[in-house]
Design a protein around this ligand. Structure first.
Ligand SMILES: O=C(O)CCC(=O)C(=O)O
Length: 164
Protein backbone atom coordinates (compact mmCIF):
# COMPACT_ATOMS: atom_id res chain seq x y z
CA UNK A 1 0.00 0.00 0.00
CA UNK A 2 1.34 3.45 -0.88
CA UNK A 3 1.95 6.02 1.84
CA UNK A 4 -0.22 8.59 -0.04
CA UNK A 5 -3.20 6.22 0.26
CA UNK A 6 -3.18 5.49 3.96
CA UNK A 7 -2.32 9.05 4.86
CA UNK A 8 -5.49 10.50 3.27
CA UNK A 9 -7.28 11.94 6.32
CA UNK A 10 -10.56 13.82 6.70
CA UNK A 11 -10.86 16.29 9.57
CA UNK A 12 -14.25 15.94 11.29
CA UNK A 13 -16.00 19.12 12.27
CA UNK A 14 -16.39 18.78 16.06
CA UNK A 15 -16.35 21.62 18.59
CA UNK A 16 -13.34 21.68 20.96
CA UNK A 17 -11.85 18.54 19.41
CA UNK A 18 -9.38 17.54 16.75
CA UNK A 19 -10.46 14.28 15.15
CA UNK A 20 -9.08 13.06 11.84
CA UNK A 21 -10.57 10.01 10.12
CA UNK A 22 -8.33 7.85 7.91
CA UNK A 23 -10.64 5.44 6.06
CA UNK A 24 -7.71 3.93 4.11
CA UNK A 25 -5.30 3.54 7.03
CA UNK A 26 -5.16 -0.18 6.26
CA UNK A 27 -6.07 -1.93 3.00
CA UNK A 28 -8.86 -4.50 3.04
CA UNK A 29 -6.30 -7.31 2.72
CA UNK A 30 -4.22 -5.96 5.60
CA UNK A 31 -7.35 -5.48 7.72
CA UNK A 32 -8.56 -9.03 7.16
CA UNK A 33 -5.11 -10.46 7.90
CA UNK A 34 -4.64 -8.38 11.05
CA UNK A 35 -8.15 -9.16 12.31
CA UNK A 36 -7.50 -12.90 11.90
CA UNK A 37 -4.19 -12.58 13.78
CA UNK A 38 -5.80 -10.58 16.58
CA UNK A 39 -8.79 -12.90 16.97
CA UNK A 40 -6.47 -15.86 17.20
CA UNK A 41 -3.42 -14.46 18.99
CA UNK A 42 -4.72 -12.01 21.60
CA UNK A 43 -5.26 -13.07 25.21
CA UNK A 44 -8.90 -11.89 25.26
CA UNK A 45 -10.44 -11.52 28.71
CA UNK A 46 -14.01 -11.39 29.91
CA UNK A 47 -13.90 -8.73 32.62
CA UNK A 48 -16.67 -7.99 35.09
CA UNK A 49 -17.51 -5.02 37.27
CA UNK A 50 -19.59 -4.72 40.43
CA UNK A 51 -22.75 -2.65 39.98
CA UNK A 52 -25.17 -2.24 42.90
CA UNK A 53 -23.44 -5.19 44.67
CA UNK A 54 -23.94 -7.45 41.65
CA UNK A 55 -21.21 -8.77 39.39
CA UNK A 56 -21.93 -7.75 35.80
CA UNK A 57 -20.01 -9.03 32.76
CA UNK A 58 -18.76 -6.28 30.46
CA UNK A 59 -20.49 -6.58 27.07
CA UNK A 60 -17.23 -7.04 25.13
CA UNK A 61 -13.92 -8.87 25.49
CA UNK A 62 -10.82 -6.80 26.21
CA UNK A 63 -7.05 -7.06 26.41
CA UNK A 64 -4.32 -4.62 27.41
CA UNK A 65 -0.95 -4.69 25.65
CA UNK A 66 1.98 -2.32 25.91
CA UNK A 67 5.43 -1.51 27.14
CA UNK A 68 6.50 -3.26 30.34
CA UNK A 69 5.00 -1.59 33.41
CA UNK A 70 2.33 0.45 31.56
CA UNK A 71 -0.52 -0.38 33.93
CA UNK A 72 -4.00 0.95 33.06
CA UNK A 73 -7.00 1.33 35.34
CA UNK A 74 -10.56 1.99 34.16
CA UNK A 75 -13.94 1.12 35.73
CA UNK A 76 -11.98 -0.07 38.79
CA UNK A 77 -10.19 -2.69 36.66
CA UNK A 78 -6.41 -2.61 36.80
CA UNK A 79 -4.69 -4.16 33.80
CA UNK A 80 -1.04 -5.30 33.58
CA UNK A 81 0.15 -5.17 29.98
CA UNK A 82 0.84 -8.21 27.85
CA UNK A 83 3.87 -7.56 25.64
CA UNK A 84 3.41 -6.34 22.04
CA UNK A 85 2.75 -9.03 19.39
CA UNK A 86 3.94 -8.75 15.74
CA UNK A 87 0.41 -7.80 14.59
CA UNK A 88 0.14 -5.08 17.22
CA UNK A 89 3.60 -3.73 16.38
CA UNK A 90 2.56 -3.49 12.72
CA UNK A 91 -0.62 -1.60 13.64
CA UNK A 92 1.28 0.66 16.02
CA UNK A 93 3.91 1.60 13.46
CA UNK A 94 1.23 2.51 10.86
CA UNK A 95 -0.68 4.64 13.36
CA UNK A 96 2.51 6.31 14.56
CA UNK A 97 3.48 7.16 10.96
CA UNK A 98 0.07 8.75 10.39
CA UNK A 99 -0.16 10.58 13.72
CA UNK A 100 3.50 11.64 13.92
CA UNK A 101 3.69 10.55 17.54
CA UNK A 102 4.51 7.44 19.56
CA UNK A 103 2.22 5.11 21.52
CA UNK A 104 3.21 2.98 24.53
CA UNK A 105 0.11 0.81 25.02
CA UNK A 106 -3.18 -0.29 23.52
CA UNK A 107 -6.59 -1.36 24.82
CA UNK A 108 -8.08 -4.01 22.54
CA UNK A 109 -11.84 -4.37 22.47
CA UNK A 110 -13.64 -7.27 20.82
CA UNK A 111 -17.29 -6.52 20.02
CA UNK A 112 -18.49 -10.04 19.26
CA UNK A 113 -21.77 -9.00 17.66
CA UNK A 114 -24.22 -6.11 17.52
CA UNK A 115 -25.20 -6.66 21.18
CA UNK A 116 -21.72 -5.82 22.50
CA UNK A 117 -20.95 -2.15 23.14
CA UNK A 118 -19.31 0.41 25.40
CA UNK A 119 -21.16 3.20 27.19
CA UNK A 120 -20.36 6.90 26.76
CA UNK A 121 -17.02 7.64 28.40
CA UNK A 122 -14.18 10.16 28.23
CA UNK A 123 -10.85 8.32 28.11
CA UNK A 124 -9.66 10.72 30.81
CA UNK A 125 -7.89 8.32 33.17
CA UNK A 126 -4.92 10.05 34.86
CA UNK A 127 -2.28 7.73 33.39
CA UNK A 128 -3.25 8.87 29.87
CA UNK A 129 -2.09 12.40 30.73
CA UNK A 130 -3.73 15.71 29.89
CA UNK A 131 -5.30 15.92 26.40
CA UNK A 132 -3.90 12.55 25.27
CA UNK A 133 -3.59 11.66 21.59
CA UNK A 134 -5.57 8.47 20.97
CA UNK A 135 -5.21 6.37 17.85
CA UNK A 136 -8.36 4.29 17.38
CA UNK A 137 -8.38 1.49 14.80
CA UNK A 138 -11.33 -0.73 13.84
CA UNK A 139 -11.20 -4.00 11.91
CA UNK A 140 -14.09 -6.23 10.93
CA UNK A 141 -17.72 -5.26 10.38
CA UNK A 142 -18.69 -1.65 9.77
CA UNK A 143 -19.89 -0.10 13.03
CA UNK A 144 -21.03 3.14 14.56
CA UNK A 145 -18.38 5.15 16.37
CA UNK A 146 -20.08 8.06 18.10
CA UNK A 147 -18.59 11.13 19.71
CA UNK A 148 -20.29 13.82 21.71
CA UNK A 149 -19.24 16.99 23.51
CA UNK A 150 -18.76 16.47 27.25
CA UNK A 151 -20.71 19.54 28.31
CA UNK A 152 -22.89 20.44 25.29
CA UNK A 153 -24.84 17.20 25.68
CA UNK A 154 -27.33 18.04 22.93
CA UNK A 155 -24.50 17.94 20.43
CA UNK A 156 -23.62 14.56 18.87
CA UNK A 157 -21.62 13.72 15.81
CA UNK A 158 -18.67 12.00 14.23
CA UNK A 159 -20.69 8.89 13.49
CA UNK A 160 -18.67 6.95 10.93
CA UNK A 161 -19.73 3.71 9.38
CA UNK A 162 -16.60 2.52 7.60
CA UNK A 163 -14.93 -0.26 9.55
CA UNK A 164 -11.33 0.41 8.55
O1 LIG B 1 -14.31 0.67 20.85
C1 LIG B 1 -13.66 1.64 20.61
O2 LIG B 1 -13.12 1.82 19.53
C2 LIG B 1 -13.45 2.68 21.66
C3 LIG B 1 -13.45 2.11 23.01
C4 LIG B 1 -12.89 3.04 24.01
O3 LIG B 1 -12.74 4.21 23.79
C5 LIG B 1 -12.48 2.54 25.30
O4 LIG B 1 -12.66 1.37 25.58
O5 LIG B 1 -11.93 3.34 26.08
Amino acid sequence: MKVEDYQQGQALSLPDAEVIWYPQAFSLEESDQLLAELLDGVAWRQESITLFKREVLLPRLTAWYGDRGKIYTYSNLTMEPELWTPALLKIRSRVEAIAHTTFNSVLLNLYRDGRDSIAWHSDDEPELGENPIIGSVSFGEARRFMLRHRFQKHWKGGDQSDSR
